[in-house]
Write a protein that binds this ligand. Structure first.
Ligand SMILES: Nc1ncnc2c1ncn2[C@@H]1O[C@H](COP(=O)(O)OP(=O)(O)O)[C@@H](O)[C@H]1O
Ligand SMILES: [Mg+2]
Length: 385
């Protein structure tokens, strides 16, 4: 083995579109190849304060001034929350909070790295999506390269599903299968269900705990039929979605078609939106070309806790073994934060990280930028750290 077993500890940070909070995962990587050994040393979730939740749930309504202020405030919040944990790391790799995602023009994640660089005196790698967008790609999804790293097998094809605000799927072909690795956003994950639950409970509940409200509702077939007509589901991959497609504006349109008149109808709406998520995921999987024959599906993201959703998926995908993501300390809660630690690792070792077959970029490029401590400018270089 050519690895010199160099070890680095990278703190991965993920703040997803659900705007529920910050997920962290501290990973020690050993080696310098694309597939280093790793140990998950620590994982944690920190809920956003209400003010951030409010701002980031409807990011398209923020003014330029608000965005600029939140960029700094969020960076300071990251630094102060992380410092309470007293962790030992060499680098931070931070996704940031997506405010706008408009490929092929631009994509914007905020959470200014300077406060963390100053507080920890460690380099911070950030802005992982722009380089791909600059190459004509969607800038998303980025986790498929992580799925490949974690899940690729010799002869079996494997599926990885992440159910965050938006849901996305990766098919990792076995090493003996010449078909390309594919990945795409299937449509809404939890985002529409979350909005319905918040409206129903007047903000008291942020989401449908274990899918219990959905379980008490029944399917509104005409509404589901209408919702499935959304043009996003007809697009061929590569495709990525966000608040632009499935944000508040779209939710208001749904309410115009069906405004629940009583508690039961609210539960029916939540149920129907849960079925929409399950159907659009399963249709995506069932439409895979015959070059792929996945036998298992690893689920990650907060939607993995929604029992009603998972049961619907199991019913739709009866031939596939469906289980929660669980590999060497990487599970449904920390996978994306782990993923950004790995993307940081790829950056530090000069590896490309986007997969043109999934983002549509013209070529594979390195992803990320690095903000380094002031004193490192005068030293030989941060890579010697
Ligand atoms: N116990 C639970 N029961 C049902 N849904 C849950 C539970 N915990 C989290 N979720 C769902 O997961 C979402 C957060 O998932 P997450 O993977 O953090 O998404 P994102 O990456 O978009 O932030 C919540 O908004 C909620 O919809
Ligand atoms: Mg989250």
């Amino acid at each position: 083995m050519s690895d010199t077993r160099k070890q680095i500890k990278i703190l991965g940070l993920m703040t997803g579109s659900s705007a529920d909070g910050l997920d962290l995962c501290l990973v020690r990587f050993s080696g310098q190849s694309r597939s280093p050994n790793f140990d998950v040393l620590f994982s944690h979730e920190i809920a956003y304060p209400i003010s951030f939740q409010k701002s980031f749930r409807n990011p398209l309504e923020l003014s330029d001034v608000e965005i600029a202020q939140l960029d700094v405030e969020l960076g300071i919040w990251f630094a102060s929350e992380i410092s309470k944990l007293e962790l030992d790391f060499d680098y931070v790799a931070s996704h940031g909070q997506t405010i706008k995602h408009e490929p092929p023009q631009f994509t914007l994640q905020i959470g200014d790295p300077n406060a963390m660089v100053n507080k920890f005196n460690r380099p911070v790698i950030y802005d992982f999506r722009t380089a791909d967008v600059n190459e004509g790609g969607q800038g998303a999804p980025l986790i498929p390269v992580v799925d490949q790293y974690l899940l690729q097998r010799d002869s079996t094809d494997v599926l990885a599903l992440n159910i965050g605000g938006i849901a996305n799927i990766t098919i990792v072909p076995g090493l003996h299968n010449p078909a390309p690795l594919l990945a795409w956003d299937t449509g809404p994950g939890n985002t529409l269900m979350d909005k319905a639950v918040r409206l129903f409970t007047r903000g008291e509940m942020g989401y449908d705990e274990s899918g219990e409200l959905a379980a008490q509702g029944i399917l509104n077939r005409p509404l589901l039929h209408e919702l499935l007509k959304h043009e996003f589901y007809q697009l061929q991959p590569p495709r990525s979605a966000g608040q632009e497609q499935f944000g508040d504006k779209y939710f208001q349109q749904i309410l115009k078609q069906f405004y629940p008149a009583n508690d039961q109808e609210f539960k029916d709406l939540i149920h129907t939106l849960t079925v929409l998520t399950a159907k659009t995921i399963s249709q995506s999987i069932n439409s895979l070309a015959s070059d792929y024959s996945p036998s298992s599906l690893n689920i990650g993201g907060g939607g993995a806790y929604n029992k009603t959703l998972i049961n619907l998926l199991k019913a739709e995908l009866s031939g596939i073994d469906i289980h929660e993501m669980n590999k060497q300390g990487v599970n449904q809660s920390n996978k994306e934060a782990f993923g950004f630690a790995y993307l940081g690792y790829l950056f530090l070792n000069n590896f490309t990280a986007n997969l043109p077959s999934v983002t549509g970029a013209r070529k594979a490029v390195m992803l990320g930028k690095m903000c380094i401590p002031q004193n490192d400018y005068s030293e030989a270089g941060v890579s010697s750290r």
